[in-house]
Design a protein around this ligand. Structure first.
Ligand code: MRU
Length: 341
């Protein structure tokens, strides 16, 4: 499986996802500003991958620090953290990683600065390894829900390209296939930036999974025709009551799934869960440039001067969600209890 994000020779190596599906190109980020730009422009994207990018970004940002006492080092680290925290607001993995890195530095503050830098590098690598393990476990847990011959609908990209390896929603499909089940996937194209068409369809083809691409507005009719057995999507942030923020369009899918009596599952690691927020209303939703709505892949499709609106994520209320599949098991409603447990 492809490596979406890696730490190589003190640089962050990422696949430039804006170039897919036509070109598999890599970028080496040598400084935190380049990495932050890659995050903002979605060259690297997907909640778990953003968590990893944030941790590695911190390592990049402090690697040339000449501070020789902890308070100065901490001050520099805070600037780097603030810079990375201002990149994308919705995926909580990014914030969890930054906090974990800051806590790790604090725990080791009595050590020499060069030693702290090495410890932070190791911590970031640990986050990568944990994510890989996590996705395999999510895959195993989720595959237990999938029967041979089923057809799954997914949205956006919650695959290897959104994580260190394997993916969450797609990881479940890969595991089901490894278990010998025959699985077919309907992939929503996912306007405005087409993560479904460009990334998920590409990834599934690479893995030899039967895939049918549909425009987002076809999902309802495809469900009504009885073509879909289950919907499985990823998450950028899950609130304590089980409300889920995920790529714009997820909420419509969940409502349609309920109307058509199709189970609707969310797959995510615990690093996507934010128990500090009571419900989805408190989740910050990223607003992106309206040019993404008025254009498709950089080509204008709307009249000049038209107004547009571009929320990058939406909130699916817990009442629409059949289960939240995590590395620790499958949470069922009521989520206030199951997520905390
Ligand atoms: O804007 P993106 O491409 O970063 O949005 C990604 C999603 O919405 C994914 O579904 C989510 O991050 C889960 S990835 C395992």
């Amino acid at each position: 499986m492809i490596n979406t994000i890696e730490w190589i020779d003190k640089k962050v190596k990422i696949i430039d996802q804006t170039k897919l599906p036509d070109g598999l190109e890599y970028i080496y980020c040598q400084d935190v500003n380049t990495l932050r730009e890659a995050i903002c422009s979605l060259k690297v994207r997907g909640a778990p991958a953003l968590g990893i990018a944030a941790a590695l970004g911190l390592v990049l940002g402090i690697q040339n620090s000449s501070a020789d006492d902890y308070p100065t080092f901490k001050e520099e680290m805070k600037k780097v953290i603030d810079l990375l925290a201002s990149s994308r607001p919705t995926a909580v993995n990014l914030f969890h990683s930054l906090k974990r890195m800051a806590d790790c530095a604090e725990k080791n503050k009595l050590k020499k600065i060069e030693e702290i830098k090495d410890i932070l590098e190791e911590e970031a690598l640990k986050i990568i390894e944990e994510d890989k393990l996590c996705n395999r476990r999510i895959g195993k847990n989720g595959a237990s829900l999938i029967n041979d011959g089923e057809t799954i609908l997914t949205h956006c990209n919650a695959g290897a390209l959104a994580t260190a390896d394997y993916g969450t929603a797609l990881g479940i499909i890969y595991t089901a296939k490894e278990e010998g089940k025959r699985i077919k996937v309907y992939t929503d194209e996912t306007r405005p930036l087409l993560q479904g068409a460009r990334l998920t369809a590409w990834e599934l083809l690479q893995e030899g999974i039967e895939t049918v691409l549909i425009c987002d507005n076809m999902a309802g009719e495809v469900m009504r025709q009885g073509r879909i057995d289950k919907v499985i999507v990823g998450a950028d942030r899950v609130a304590a009551n089980g409300d889920v923020a995920n790529k714009i369009g997820t909420y419509s899918l969940a409502v349609l799934a309920k109307e058509n009596m199709i189970p609707f599952y969310v797959a995510c690691p615990f690093s996507s869960i934010d128990l500090s927020l009571l419900d989805g209303k408190a989740i910050p939703i990223e607003q992106r440039d309206v040019s993404e709505v008025k254009e498709i892949l950089g080509k204008r499709t709307a009249p000049r001067g038209v107004d547009a609106y571009n929320p990058a994520f939406d909130i699916t209320q817990a009442k629409y969600i059949t289960g939240i599949i995590t590395e620790r098991g499958i949470c069922e409603p009521p989520y206030q209890e199951s997520l905390r447990k």
